[in-house]
Write a protein that binds this ligand. Sequence first.
Ligand code: FES
Length: 95
Amino acid sequence: MPRVTVIGRDKTYVYECKEGEHLLTSAIREGVPLDFYCSTGKCRTCVVRVVEGMENLSPISDTEAYRLGSGGVTAGERLSCQAFVEGDVTIRIPE
Ligand code: FES
């Protein structure tokens, strides 16, 4: 099972999820305080920065890349509502 590590503002969360599970949904289930609003990739509220394991998340769609902008993609950002976990990953919640 993939291991997800979330570096939060005050705490680091570590949990396991099913391969192919939705990143935002799994984080909420585990009590991680990830902000979100639309859950459809339109508002950018759920953005996270991938510290390790970008290759273990589902590929970025054109829509997600558009919302993140080229700077966000280059910086390793993802919309947690648009990413599915396929292996171990470490993400950071932005300040
Ligand atoms: S919750 Fe709106 S883009 Fe993810």
